[in-house]
Design a binder for this molecule. Sequence first.
Ligand SMILES: [Zn+2]
Length: 301
Amino acid sequence: MQDRIFGHIPGVEEGQEFPDRTELRLSGVHRPLQHGISGSKFEGADSIVLSGGYEDDQDEGDVIIYTGHGGRDPDSGRQVGDQRLDEGNLALVVSCLNGLPVRVTRGHRHRSPDSPRTGYRYDGLYRVTDYWRERGQSGRIIWRFRLEKYHSAQSVPSKSSFQPQLLKPLLVHDVQTEYLPAPREETYIQRIIRNTEKARLIKGLYKGYCQVCGQRLELGGTWYAEAAHIRPLGEPHNGPDTTDNILCLCPNHHVLFDYGAFSIDDDYNLLGIEGRLILKAEHILNREHLHYHRNHYYRAV
Ligand SMILES: [Zn+2]
């Protein structure tokens, strides 16, 4: 089996069209003939095809809200069951967490002004910037992935930087073989740290101490903390940048919170990890935002 290629396929131009899925497969852009997501949960997703199969997909060109795989009736295209965070969906999660570029191809049946009239068109590289769960138009649970286009001015990480790190499972017979040096990797910012005035206010209120673990990162005379928006800012979540929607967290708890490893109940008990949110009397949280986070991000439901 060929290695999975992340990034552009050599010899294929952005905007190049293909008459059908077979040609698309032969080009190397998207190898599965049926599935919309190409990838594995160990390596990540390298490619998706928007083919009009999912009623909840949204496409604004540079930003796509893509519906995950599963639970769909193949004849009607209707969502008849809940989706789970497995297979291709989990591959997109790995791409999000590791900042891997995803090739996007639009098909003629995809309902968007950006769709080609016939066949399939390769539309370049996107990155997965967020994922969450919600009830789709059918009332069933769907997983959604926000993809944002890489523009030519932004450097797309080179292919060599995508050496899978957490990814391949350790085989038993590998355990006692020699240790190879870890591949060099570029790091780049995946999560956007938003330092708004309200964010600074909340960090100041807690003096940088994390509301989950009570720890603060000391940096020789100063400190570092992050402001976490409970309901994310921006489309499609539209959380407000207000102090009732902001927590002061250490980077570890910020990542765990953003990716739904824990959440907070209405009495400020932590869900998914032990303990209770540290909350100052003057810091009033909006329970609707807590509810939103539990419903869309918290994984252990
Ligand atoms: Zn913490």
